[in-house]
Design a protein around this ligand. Structure first.
Ligand SMILES: Cc1cc2nc3c(=O)[nH]c(=O)nc-3n(C[C@H](O)[C@H](O)[C@H](O)COP(=O)(O)OP(=O)(O)OC[C@H]3O[C@@H](n4cnc5c(N)ncnc54)[C@H](O)[C@@H]3O)c2cc1C
Length: 415
């Protein structure tokens, strides 16, 4: 029997997770990524305007993300991340009010109920009413289920849901929050510690994976587009990698870790969500370094989350359709007015800044689109799908992308 090889097309985190998982099990791997660099929507690059490395966007990952943890372990990158305390300071920039959500380590975050560790103005019954989220039906939105929870909605559920689902709560699928709550919040503080890349996303999630692949003999092709996936007799028979047509053997594995529009172009009969939501990130280079890393939730302004690392203060605005068409300098000024007081800086003096608009940051995570997420297995017996938009059961996140890569690799191995 000829040796079995795995061909992975798409070098975002889903593709990297599938490739490293298969290689770990001894399957030789070819990985083709169209862009000159791997990482897809999760990457770092040197920004000339700021004169330093930045990420395309802040990414919040939590210690309860088990597939992220096993991926980092496999590629030898656990030391490249910092695990912060499960404390989330918030600031309401319209009222000046501030509070912190501090989670205790037990399974039920009792501390939230204590006035000094919770959200001001929230009553016990708001928490009690929130339990409906765990029973949300597949057609309900976040607003349908949670908007009756008073101050808890405006001060926690809404910013949490927008950050996790990158979709406005009035149309976001409530059912998608359930697995996130079960895997993090309901496990208590130990599962809710923010996991921050010490230097940047690329240095934690991408470069070590490429080193792992190349160090273990994988054939990694960057800047190589998959042009065609051909099939016959119920299986993939060949793939075209930028003109190099490769025959796929009977025992070979093909994993597509491509974005939805590319998959529907290359493959017939695969359902896929085709509408997306944007994320705007604004990176400011400060005069001096801040101590340690931290994340601050912001409500009542344009900015939503402020990430601090070294001398970079970086702001994320999710589901940013209301903002994305505006001029970059206008966005930067509005965001700086929100965050300058938090950083004790002058709101009139704009520091060096870079605005990044990711127009297709994730698919719109609505009840209608959840029905269009395809399973990992396809009608072709040697082709599996991966990607944050496939039917992972999770939102379109790093955890979802990596889990899809792990699961499609496991299914392919067990075939
Ligand atoms: C600004 C921003 C902020 C985010 N914030 C968070 C967050 O806080 N927390 C979180 O968990 N997640 C966050 N996400 C989501 C997270 O980045 C994604 O879920 C994850 O990176 C998706 O990985 P993927 O491999 O599924 O897809 P992608 O990263 O899209 O990978 C697909 C890859 O396929 C390649 N490709 C396309 N066509 C071809 C072809 N024909 N041949 C070969 N290769 C091809 C692409 O170049 C790309 O590299 C954020 C995303 C963005 C954009």
């Amino acid at each position: 029997m000829t040796e079995r090889r795995a061909y992975i097309v798409g070098g975002g985190l889903a593709g990297l997770a599938a490739a490293t998982a298969l290689l770990e099990k001894g399957v030789p791997v070819t990985l083709a990524e169209a862009a000159p660099q791997a990482g897809g929507r999760c990457r770092s690059f040197f920004d000339r305007q700021l004169g330093c490395d930045i990420d395309n966007g802040n990414h919040l990952v939590l210690s309860g993300n088990t597939d992220v943890a096993s991926y980092l372990q496999r590629i030898g990158a656990r030391d490249t991340v910092e695990i912060l305390a499960p404390v989330f300071p918030f600031r309401d920039v319209s009222s000046g009010e501030s509070w912190s959500i501090k989670l205790s380590d037990g399974r039920i975050p009792w501390r939230l109920l204590c006035p000094h560790h919770g959200i001001p103005g929230v009553r016990f019954r708001d928490y009690w009413h929130s339990r409906r989220i765990l029973k949300a039906t597949s057609s309900e939105t976040v607003a349908d289920v949670l908007s009756e929870t008073g101050q808890l909605y405006s001060h926690f559920w809404k910013p949490f849901a927008v950050a996790v689902l990158n979709t406005e709560p009035e149309t976001a699928a409530a059912a998608l929050l359930k697995p996130v709550i079960e895997e993090t919040l309901l496990k208590g503080g130990s599962a809710c510690r923010p996991v921050m890349a010490k230097r940047g996303l690329g240095f934690s999630f991408v470069e070590p994976a490429l080193d792992y692949l190349q160090g273990n003999g994988a054939d990694v092709r960057l800047g190589v587009r998959c042009r065609q996936i051909n099939s016959s007799h119920g299986r993939v028979s060949s793939i075209d990698l930028e003109g190099d047509v490769i025959d796929i053997g009977e025992n070979d594995i093909v994993i597509s870790a491509l974005p939805p529009p590319v998959v529907t172009n290359l493959l017939a009969d695969i359902p896929a969500p085709q509408d997306f939501r944007s994320i705007v990130n604004v990176h400011f280079r400060l005069d001096g370094e801040v101590q340690g890393s931290s994340i601050i939730g912001i409500i009542g302004g344009v900015a939503e989350w402020l990430f601090l690392r070294g001398d970079i203060a970086s702001v994320t605005i999710s589901a940013a359709e209301h903002l994305v068409a505006d001029a970059a300098d206008e966005i930067a000024e509005r965001v700086w007015r929100d965050v300058a007081p938090i950083l004790t800086c002058d709101p009139e003096v704009l520091p060096p800044v870079r605005v990044i608009k990711e127009k297709r940051a994730t698919f719109a995570q609505t009840p209608e689109n959840l029905r269009l997420r395809p399973p990992y297995a396809t009608k072709l017996r040697n082709l599996w799908l991966a990607g944050d938009w496939t039917d992972t059961g999770l939102p379109a996140t790093i955890e979802g992308a990596i889990r899809s890569g792990h699961q499609s690799a496991a299914l392919a191995l067990n075939k």
